[in-house]
Design a protein around this ligand. Structure first.
Ligand SMILES: C[S@@+](CC[C@H](N)C(=O)[O-])C[C@H]1O[C@@H](n2cnc3c(N)ncnc32)[C@H](O)[C@@H]1O
Length: 352
């Protein structure tokens, strides 16, 4: 009995020691950098400068979840395809991905449609959100889920907000910790030391924190809460994408998170107008919609709420982004990369 409790105590002590060692390691790293900045024995901060100019306009894309059913039979492949969509979205600085049900399954009851049980919409949403989340925050926001069982095949996004602990950027995303006081909170932003924010925030919340330049020299650094749009709107950083689920094409168009909705709707198809000949009007919030295996026509037909019966009536522009395609079909995941490459320049010229 005595032996047991002694052993337990020792084990607990060892556990605490390991935890303490870990904390010391982080604190030391922070201390080193704090006293560093190129100084003797100090670890250099790697500055993350804003690569672009401040940007107010946004780009959203609509992606049908059925592409995971039609084109991939294994979860590894499905995961990989979603991962490549996330990469295309990041490469071309897309701000919102709307995962939609192009067959309107989710509007009907599960019992009447067995295919719906697969819930591909949920899988795509979760994988996109997982990949967008900075690595140091994933343990706070994602528990094990069958949809995440193949995340090992995902390629890293290397997005500007996916910062390493030795990188200094004026903004960082973090999670509010359960140790705040009445007037302030602590946020883990992946720096090895928690950032104090003079606001009472709900523990577990994902937030964006603005760090003053002097914070890197402080023993107990502080920051201020910022809107997640601020890094883009004020400093020109691409700050990741949000994910929204829509049960139909109608919901893709009408469920916008922007108060005035989307003001430029672009449909994509090999039957559309040659993108090189299309002129785009000035806009604030553009939405580019992709169809599934049967194209946007099928998504329009499946949606009983839509008055439009063909894409030309629904979109401001209906474009073919690969006018000389030599394969008879372009898969949706390929079309996303091709279309974003073709539209990126023309849209950047008209966004305000
Ligand atoms: C397999 S295709 C659908 C069938 C059909 N060929 C079409 O484009 O309407 C899947 C989706 O990829 C996109 N896509 C395919 N080819 C495209 C092209 N040449 N230009 C723009 N988008 C294209 C569209 O969003 C389309 O709905």
């Amino acid at each position: 009995m005595w032996k047991n409790s002694k052993r337990e105590k020792r084990a607990m002590g060892e556990q605490n020691f390991t935890k303490k060692q870990k904390t010391d390691k982080y604190v030391n790293k922070w201390e080193k950098r704090r006293g560093g900045g190129g100084g003797v024995g100090g670890e250099e901060w790697e500055e993350v400068e804003s690569p672009g100019k401040p940007r107010k306009y946004t780009i959203s894309i609509g992606v049908p979840a059925t592409i995971l059913e039609e084109t991939c039979i294994k979860d590894e492949l499905r995961t990989y395809v979603v991962g490549q969509i996330a990469r295309a979205v990041t490469i071309f600085a897309v701000d919102e991905v709307v995962v939609y049900d192009d067959r309107c399954w989710r509007k009907r009851t599960y019992a009447s449609n067995p295919s719906a049980t697969k819930d591909l919409v949920e899988m795509m949403r979760m994988l996109l959100e997982y990949q967008e989340c900075p690595q140091y925050l994933r343990k706070h926001f994602f528990q094990y889920d069958p949809h995440l069982k193949c995340v090992g095949v995902l390629n890293a996004l290397n997005a500007p907000h996916h910062l390493r602990s030795n990188q200094w950027c004026q903004y960082r995303d973090g999670v509010v910790l359960d140790k705040g006081k009445k007037t302030s909170s602590f946020v883990d932003v992946g720096l090895g030391t928690d950032i104090q924010v003079d606001q009472q925030l709900e523990p577990g919340l994902r937030v964006t924190v603005r760090l003053p330049p002097e914070a890197r020299e402080m023993k107990r650094p502080y920051g201020e809460l910022a809107s997640p749009d601020e890094p883009r709107e004020v400093a020109g950083y691409y700050w990741g994408y949000t994910v929204r689920v829509a049960n139909s094409l109608t919901e893709v168009m009408t469920g916008s998170r922007f108060s005035d909705g989307y003001d430029l709707l672009i449909g994509t198809s090999d039957k559309g107008q040659d993108v090189r000949k299309a002129d785009f009007p000035a806009f604030s919030h553009a939405l580019i919609v992709f169809g599934g295996v049967e194209g946007l026509e099928a998504a329009i037909e499946a949606d009983e709420e839509l008055e439009a019966t063909e894409p030309l009536h629904l979109f401001d522009r209906y474009v073919n982004t690969c006018p000389n395609q030599q394969s008879r079909t372009i898969r949706t995941e390929e079309a996303i990369l091709i279309s974003l490459a073709a539209l990126h320049g023309p849209l950047a010229a008209q966004g305000h």
